[in-house]
Design a protein around this ligand. Structure first.
Ligand code: SME
Length: 161
């Protein structure tokens, strides 16, 4: 496994193109999901300088399921999110990536930090079920677009549940 992240420069697409194989190399032989989520959060966060980068995992609690905070980089975040709540809970319920240019316009957005202005949440799938989400927040409006969606969905698919 590589011991450091190569310096990555260029356009957003070029950065992702360079980052995806590095992420793959770091996590492909490691079966521990939490360790892999931790390294993916770190590599994305270091490369792009996002405000908050991390994972929430679907956890069974008796009859119910909830999203529980997983490995992340950035400030303190809310610990639990129910299905259908906020951007994360919506990505889970719909099993679809949510690109939110302005979080204040997203009904039910959960403000873990008032500094967060835009957000993308990508579901991680196993056997047609969401087992976690990758959540990235930016302190700028309209940070995320189809390029982020394309590459973050590729990166999310590398993390095995
Ligand atoms: N804003 C998210 C909650 C998680 S934090 O941003 C880290 C949401 O609405 O689901």
């Amino acid at each position: 496994m590589a011991e450091h992240l190569d310096i990555i420069e260029g356009t957003k697409a070029e950065k992702y193109e360079a980052l995806v194989p590095q992420i793959q190399a770091v996590i492909e032989d490691e079966p521990d999901m939490i360790a892999n989520m931790a390294n993916v959060a770190s590599m994305l966060h270091e490369t792009f300088g996002f405000w908050w980068t991390g994972f929430y995992r679907v956890v069974n609690e008796g009859e119910k399921q909830t999203l529980v905070l997983g490995p992340f980089q950035g400030p303190l975040a809310c610990t639990r999110i129910r299905k259908g709540k906020g951007v994360c809970g919506t990505a889970w319920e719909k099993a679809e990536t949510q690109v939110v240019p302005d979080v204040e316009q997203f009904p039910g957005h959960i403000a873990c930090s008032s500094a967060s202005k835009s957000e993308i949440v990508v579901p991680l799938m196993k056997d047609n079920c969401v087992f976690a989400v990758l959540d990235i927040d930016s302190e700028n409006l309209s940070t995320f677009d189809e390029t982020d969606k394309l590459y973050l969905e590729k990166i999310a698919a590398l993390v095995k549940g």
